[in-house]
Ligand binder design. Structure first.
Ligand SMILES: Cc1cc2nc3c(=O)[nH]c(=O)nc-3n(C[C@H](O)[C@H](O)[C@H](O)COP(=O)(O)O)c2cc1C
Length: 275
């Protein structure tokens, strides 16, 4: 293959385009964010070409490989969310949930910072007209500030919440339960924490739909989240133990509604009785 273009030139152009895209994201307007998303997409396409060209023209080099790694990390990380959202949009999915709160990655989860969380949601919003939600962390204080920020940035609803940071050590072996020592805990013990988060967001950000999540393992737990202000409920860890749990939960909820003369689940949303 004969071409005067060198692979490293493509890598440098790809980095420059990615950085300009990132800078446009930081401007904040809809037009600038949309342009930023397009430029970032273009930069990822270029990023896929340099290595191929190097192989086809026998110009692979250590400098080129190093430059490629630098390029992958130079643009701001929000661009990565925008790229994935663009691809998901094109794939025909019905909605996109943005996990801002993964506890197992390096660095601080986006969900602990209202500004970073808003930036990510804004970047994704600029790439798609699909409904989008943001998955938050109960570790954020105050979580309402993060919820308000993502709502303003264009999230249609929030999922509250992801796992809660914790640790456990076995006295017999003296080993931590998690290989990383500290990490995300799920299941029953986190339910009161997640319910508290739902209550706070329902009070502080009225009108923002909430999907409650954390420690749900039966119908009354679902009702608890609804009463706190969630309009839907997600179920995680209990599926590992009882994969078909949703069926018995639905029965529980129907029995509860019959017993309390509730005609529609919607009547339960935010309907807790204060002391
Ligand atoms: C093993 C495991 C893997 C998980 N992976 C993800 C994930 O990839 N993305 C995500 O948003 N949440 C993930 N979560 C969080 C759950 O979706 C859920 O928000 C959390 O566990 C609290 O709900 P639960 O107590 O019903 O499990 C994971 C949880 C567990 C236990």
């Amino acid at each position: 293959m004969h071409t005067r273009i060198r692979p490293n030139q493509i890598t440098v152009i790809s980095i420059a385009v990615g950085i300009v895209g990132g800078l446009l994201f930081s401007v904040g307007s809809y037009a600038a964010t949309s342009a930023g998303a397009l430029l970032f997409l273009f930069s990822t396409i270029l990023d896929g070409c340099d290595g191929e060209l190097a192989r086809l023209t026998y110009r692979e080099s250590r400098t080129g490989a190093l430059l490629d790694v630098v390029g992958d990390n130079a643009p701001p990380h929000v661009d990565g969310f925008a790229e994935v959202a663009s691809r998901m949009d094109a794939s025909g999915v019905a909605a996109i949930e943005i996990n801002l709160s993964c506890p197992n990655l390096d660095g601080v989860p986006y969900a602990l910072d209202p500004v970073l969380s808003g930036d990510v949601v804004q970047a994704v919003r600029a790439c798609t007209r699909l409904p989008i939600s943001a998955k938050l962390s109960s570790d954020a204080r105050p979580i309402s500030a993060v919820a308000a920020s993502v709502a303003e940035a264009g999230a249609d609803w929030v999922v509250v919440s992801n796992t809660v940071m914790g640790a456990a050590i076995d006295p017999e072996t003296r080993r931590p339960a998690l290989s990383g020592l500290i990490g995300g805990y799920s299941g029953g013990p986190i339910r009161p924490i997640a319910v508290r988060s739902v209550l706070e967001i329902a009070k502080d950000v009225p009108g923002l739909p909430i999907v409650g999540c954390g420690g749900v393992s039966n119908g009354p737990h679902v009702v608890e989240f609804l009463l706190a202000g969630a309009s839907a409920v997600a179920i995680g860890s209990i599926h590992f133990k009882t994969p078909r749990i949703a069926k018995s939960m639905t029965k529980d909820i129907n029995r509860y509604m019959a017993r309390h003369d509730v005609a529609s689940v919607e009547q339960l949303i935010g309907a807790y009785e204060p002391w």
